[in-house]
Design a protein around this ligand. Structure first.
Ligand SMILES: Nc1ncnc2c1ncn2[C@@H]1O[C@H](COP(=O)(O)OP(=O)(O)OP(=O)(O)O)[C@@H](O)[C@H]1O
Length: 255
């Protein structure tokens, strides 16, 4: 990505209230095409709500979101969602469908079905075996299910990938491997990726830009190396302190 990358996503004055809770409190943000952006912050700070405004699972009270220059509020939701891959923590695979059927569901519903060869290609992308296609979701490990979730999100060849705590339920080794895999796919497929995570270490390692939310606002917007150098203010530095303190404590144990 370079300085002249076009803007893939622009949030202009986004606000969303639930009763007395101001979930999003005026977000202005531009995300460059091809970038991998992490959204971190305390529980309840508004990360998921902000992410869901992009694919219209949440409709903001105020403001507009431009996706490749088009106002998402003016697009039909199914057409919009076909251009956006969405991966979330609980995966949401249909239990009564095979892995192949789960992967193919989006294109099928859009009347653009994909064949077995494309399913096999998608399985290979996420490093699953061809014979996983015939399995039912409950015959997979959590990590394998999450890989199927990523394959499903990529099935319609989206240009934008939204991920909401995609690796949250996984063990640390699987989490690390799948995070790296997703970053590699992001690069290889030329995606723009917006990932919500609780884990600052994951954000620092995978993203090139880290946004910190607090109270429905973006309070820091920095590159990982700048955050590690002390930038971003109090909220951001409190989050950076967690993996740093852990690394220090482990280094201490090794002495
Ligand atoms: N559908 C809803 N109805 C009522 N309140 C909601 C709804 N969705 C979110 N909220 C509230 O809006 C605020 C922001 O929620 P959101 O899920 O965006 O936070 P988050 O940063 O993603 O949190 P977490 O990290 O715990 O997932 C919270 O106070 C939450 O309780």
């Amino acid at each position: 990505m370079d300085a002249v990358s076009p803007i893939e996503l622009a949030f202009n004055g986004i606000a969303k209230r639930y009763g007395t809770t101001q979930a999003i409190d005026g977000v202005d943000l531009e995300i460059a095409r091809g970038s991998f952006v992490a959204l971190v912050g305390a529980s309840g700070s508004g990360k998921s709500t902000l992410l869901k405004t992009v694919n219209r699972l949440v409709v903001p009270d105020e403001g507009a979101i431009l996706f490749a220059g088009e106002d998402v509020g003016g697009l039909a939701a199914p057409a919009l969602r076909r251009r956006i891959g969405y991966v979330f923590q609980s995966v949401g695979l249909f239990p009564h469908m095979t892995v192949a059927e789960n992967i193919a569901i989006g294109p099928r519903l859009a009347h653009q079905p994909i064949g077995a060869a494309r399913v096999a290609e998608l399985l290979a992308l996420v490093e699953l075996e061809p014979d996983h296609a015939r399995r039912m979701p409950d015959a997979l490990s959590g990590g394998q299910r999450q890989r199927v979730g990523v394959a499903r999100a990529l099935a319609a060849e989206p240009q934008l990938l939204l991920m909401d705590e995609p690796f949250g339920a996984l063990d640390p080794v699987t989490r690390n491997a799948l995070g790296r895999k997703v970053r590699e796919l992001h690069d290889r497929l030329g995606l723009t990726t917006l990932m919500v995570t609780h884990d600052m270490a994951e954000a620092l390692l995978l993203a090139e830009r880290v946004l910190v939310m607090a109270g429905g606002r973006i309070v820091a917007d920095e590159a990982p190396h700048a955050l590690l150098g002390g930038a971003g203010g109090e909220e951001a530095q409190a989050l950076v302190a967690v993996p740093r303190d852990q690394a220090d404590a482990i280094a201490e144990l090794e002495r």
